[in-house]
Design a protein around this ligand. Structure first.
Ligand code: HMG
Length: 387
């Protein structure tokens, strides 16, 4: 029995900053951001979009296409948690009116959180093949105004339906994991923005990639040329490019070209949305599926990295006809509907978003009809509404 991804839903908020504008405002050469970092735009969440609302909106993208009664598990991976105790997934479950018998919880290990959820879902479906699982990754990357990390911010969510005999992507058995207790990037409980040892984090990412990729190939007795594509967690696209260059070192021309071309396809969404932490790797998968021409049963390698740090390499295969399950036009519309912010507007929205609104204040959203948003708190309880 194959188990894997049957549906992928994507959401990103309706505002963005152009990297050329940001470079001018920060007295930087735009090519540093466009080429040196590899980012063109970053989505910006205002106070009415948080991990929960974005996760609901991503799931809504496929919600009416699935058998909702079969859902037995709902896992939410995030590092932009809205509560220290209650899981983000309970808000999602209520908004989507899921049945009370669904097992649901939140997981955390920086950007690795959604991969953890996906692996739990895969194993759950193996044991309960008649049930399905929903896994959501949803995050807002905040480093701060005028920090080196500012150009690597972003906001968005990916939601996936995991089931037996999936129609998009089957997940292979096995994985290679590697973890170390280090301080490359972290966000203490009293902070709304991340702390980061930027250059160090980029080195650890590459080191963990080299280790997990080598171990995985050894475990499976596979070679680099067996992969049709390798995709990455993309904190910014240049980081993935550097890892991909390591992957193709000493490979033949054909393999190098294929892996480089497919990397280009996989980075298109990330380059225009920014880092969405837990969901970033799966936005790379969606981008690859939408922009590359992949034969049925193409072997895709996935590198998941979460600071702190935990990395995993695993793989899966495309399912014949996967294109029919995608909504490429819908994803393009989602990006093109975004309003470009001036740098002053972005800075104001960013600063307001660092704090919760005063209890009892009702927030209004400028999202389009059908989308969910955070409407403020009543007696310190978070309220979510649909436009
Ligand atoms: P910086 O100090 O701005 O960068 O910080 P830089 O001065 O090293 O320049 C960056 C690149 O631009 C360099 O290229 C320059 O040469 C190039 P590289 O040497 O890297 O190939 N450059 C130019 N290129 C073209 N034209 C020009 C030009 N000028 C310079 N004119 C840094 C960069 C990434 C460190 C910073 O943005 C940062 O701290 N970001 C946040 C941390 C991060 O994203 N780390 C990634 C690995 S950790 C991770 O992935 C986990 C994470 O997602 C969190 C989680 O797990 O939850 C972050």
């Amino acid at each position: 029995m194959q188990v894997g991804i049957d549906q992928i839903g994507f959401y990103t908020p309706n505002k963005y900053v152009d990297m050329v504008d940001l470079a001018h405002a920060r007295n930087q050469d735009p090519n540093k951001f466009l080429i040196g970092i590899g980012q063109a735009k970053m989505s910006v969440a205002d106070q009415t979009q948080d991990a929960v609302s974005m996760g609901i909106n991503a799931t809504l993208r496929y919600w009416n296409k699935i058998d909702q009664d079969k859902i037995g598990l709902l896992v939410f991976g995030t590092e932009s948690s809205v509560d220290q105790s209650k899981s983000a997934s309970l808000f999602v479950k209520t908004a989507l009116k899921m049945k009370p018998q669904v097992r649901t919880f939140e997981v955390k290990e920086a950007c690795f959180g959604l991969t953890a959820g996906l692996m739990i879902a895969r194993d759950f479906v193996r044991v309960h093949p008649e049930q399905t699982a929903i896994v959501i990754g949803s995050d807002i990357a905040r480093y701060g105004i005028n920090t080196p990390g500012e150009v690597t911010q972003g906001a968005g969510s990916i939601s996936m339906l995991v089931k037996a005999e999936p129609r998009i992507f089957s997940l292979n058995d096995g994985h290679s994991a590697y973890s170390e207790d280090i301080n490359d990037f972290w966000r203490p409980n009293n902070r709304a923005t991340a702390l980061v040892e930027g250059k160090y984090s980029t080195q650890v990412y590459l080191d963990f990639f080299t280790k997990t990729f080598a171990t995985y190939k050894e475990q499976k007795n596979w070679h680099t040329q067996d992969f049709s594509s390798i995709i990455y967690h993309l904190p910014f696209t240049k980081q993935g490019l550097k890892a991909n260059r390591l992957a193709v070192e000493n490979e033949d021309e054909e393999t190098t070209k294929r892996l480089m071309d497919n990397f280009e396809s996989s980075k298109q969404l990330g380059m225009n949305v920014g880092n969405i932490y837990t969901a970033s790797l799966y936005m790379s998968l969606l981008s690859l599926l939408e922009n590359a021409k992949l034969a049925p049963n193409s072997l895709i390698g996935l590198f998941s990295y979460g600071s702190g740090a935990m990395a995993e390499f695993f793989s899966g295969n495309t399912i014949d006809g996967y294109e029919k399950q995608l909504d490429i036009d819908g994803d393009q519309k989602l990006l093109s509907r975004r309003r470009k912010l001036s740098i002053e507007e972005y800075e104001r929205i960013f600063t307001v978003g660092l704090d919760l609104p005063e209890d009892g204040i009702v927030l209004e959203s400028d999202e389009s009809a059908g989308n969910w948003y955070f409407a403020g708190t009543e007696n310190n309880v978070r309220i979510y509404k649909q436009k």
